[in-house]
Design a protein. Sequence first.
Length: 283
Amino acid sequence: MDIESFKFTNEATHKVVTVTSNKLLRQYPDDDSGRQRFLRLTLGTTQLASRAYNRNSVIDAIGGDLTVPAVLQIYPSHGGPNQRWTFNEEDASGSGPRGYRLYSIKAAGTEMAWDVPYGDPADGNYIQIFPYHGHANQLWRMEPKTITAVVLKSLQNNRVLDVPGFAFGHAFIQHYAENGGFNQAWELVDQGGNEKKIRSVSSGRYLTSSIITTDGDAYVYQGPSNTDPNQIWIIPFGPGGNGTIRNKGTDLALSVDPGPGAGNNVRCLPGGGAGHQQWTMIA
């Protein structure tokens, strides 16, 4: 599936609007993850949903008072004026100094614009609304970004690979009922042949196997990108196909817990032919 979205880069700081773990909007360097990608939802004026979460969570000015500066966050959609935005091309020539258009993004019906306080380029500086003055810290590049992703579904129980609670940091991976959340969408990053890295669209982190435990299995979690073979997966089938997904580092198969009363954990286990180790890939 192709996910159409946008990223927003500030003209003063060259940092990208990012949803952090506490759901506030801050600026960080581009890491190409879903926490920096947003969907436009047209509801009279535009709402912006975070691809790190889902279409029910949109950019919101905290407190709802559009007459005063307010920090931006991700919050459940209610359609209020503090969740609706207008895009205004501000560069008179139609292109910025490096050949792109620059926009102000204002709360609908107001002159309160997205703003990086003082144009400070520090990582983690928050994004707020502030009265529009047109300086570079209120001008934004709005760039379309398409990511091709898949859903990985267990043939054992029809549940899908899922990052619990849209977690950003270290989190053990589970299998869960399919619900269309971006925490259930995964990018396949080619490593040559059938070898892939598997990156969460929601968090931008990579599916990783732990070392083999004394029980002969391995835990599966999401972690930052590294060169360890425990982060490389051998997938001998493409979208529409099914089969076993094996970890290169451990040579164990990605598995759901077998048997009645099993939990939601995803682990790597020996074998590879049993139903609890079979997956289908849905584009």
